[in-house]
Write a protein that binds this ligand. Structure first.
Ligand SMILES: [Mn+2]
Length: 341
């Protein structure tokens, strides 16, 4: 059981912070996902319903499948409005940091965020490493969006969550739980989801907006990946997927197109680790997914400048695709032996 009760020591401090006439800003992480967007926008809607003025900003633009979310048109994305984003951080008295726990996760805004007087952390990732005035860190929570609901509820303000906030928070929970199937999905997660439905979230519309708005190019890239770029190492229980720059160009790649691709590896019988490699800019982006007690965040932290959750983590490499995969295959057996199934 994991939730933030009204007696949580940070609730009173947080209530005082948002009760005072401070300028508030909310920021999510670089390459915002459904939970970063959902928690930031959901908190934004709720705070506005409490009579507060608040700006929501992101280090860069979210993928198209999240741009339908209520409140998105007002989000300040630093890749398009860098000066405005920095100005909002400079002028804010309190900045809520949602769905990340290290200043460098906001990329180009890291320096400005480090200068902010008062930061509030609301996050569910492991190993927080950020100076904050108020911190809510709950690695047992399915999502930051679920934590935002819990915090608003603990403040006695759940009545302020209208259809827009409910829609955003539901989106964050749904995407971070893989549609309510990852292990962090608890009875409490479903209770929160049920209350969000009562508050106006419409699951069928949210699922359709997130899942059923693919471009034809993305679906064809998925087909190509599955038939041509997926290798299963049965002896290691590992699936490896690799997409080169040429592969992506050929399929008119847009950011967000490969979201969720890594999970297809895990759907294969006998696979307990799925690895996804993609050539992006001057580096190789790495996503790992696992089942059971296989801490892929540790593997990435040790070898590939990364981290995340036990079963879902990201990293990178500055060499080419071939050598990155070679290196991964080199360190893999030792890692698997240290964590037998
Ligand atoms: Mn999250």
């Amino acid at each position: 059981m994991s939730f933030i009760a009204p007696a949580h020591p940070s609730i009173a401090t947080f209530r005082d912070l948002i009760g005072a006439p401070h300028r508030l800003a909310i920021i999510g992480h670089y390459n915002p996902d459904g939970d970063a967007m959902g928690s930031a926008l959901g908190m934004g809607h709720a705070l506005r319903a409490m009579g507060r003025t608040v700006d929501v900003l992101m280090p860069n633009t979210p993928p198209a499948f999240l741009q339908w979310m209520p409140g998105y048109p007002d989000v300040v994305c630093a890749d398009r409005s860098r000066d405005r984003a920095e100005q909002l951080l400079r002028e804010a008295d309190v900045v809520l940091c949602l769905d990340f726990n290290r200043v460098d996760r906001v990329g180009p805004l890291a320096e400005q965020l480090s200068l902010v007087r008062c930061r509030v952390l609301i996050d569910h990732h492991q190993h927080p490493d950020i100076d904050v005035a108020v911190g809510f860190s709950d690695t047992g929570s399915s999502s930051t969006s679920q934590m935002v609901f819990d915090i608003i509820d603990a403040l006695g303000q759940a009545g302020r969550i209208g259809p827009d906030a409910a829609t955003c928070l539901y989106t964050g929970i749904m995407t971070d739980t893989g549609s309510f199937r990852f292990p962090a999905t608890t009875p409490h997660t479903h209770r929160v989801a049920a209350r969000l439905l009562e508050m106006g979230a419409r699951p069928h519309e949210i699922h359709a907006a997130v899942m059923d708005e693919n471009t034809m190019h993305r679906v064809k890239l998925l087909g190509f990946m599955l038939s041509e770029r997926l290798t299963v190492h049965e002896d290691l229980g590992t699936a490896v997927i690799a997409l080169s720059r040429q592969d992506l160009d050929r399929h008119h790649f847009h950011p967000g197109d490969t979201e969720g691709f890594v999970n297809y590896g895990l759907s294969i019988r006998g696979v307990r680790l799925s690895a996804f490699f993609m050539e992006r800019g001057d580096r190789i982006k790495i996503s790992l997914r696992s089942v059971g007690d296989l801490p892929v965040n540790e593997l990435l932290a040790e070898h590939f400048d990364g981290g995340g959750h036990i079963n879902a983590a990201g990293g990178q490499s500055l060499t080419d695709l071939r050598s990155t995969i070679d290196r991964f295959m080199q360190v893999l057996p030792t890692f698997l032996e240290a964590h037998p199934a």
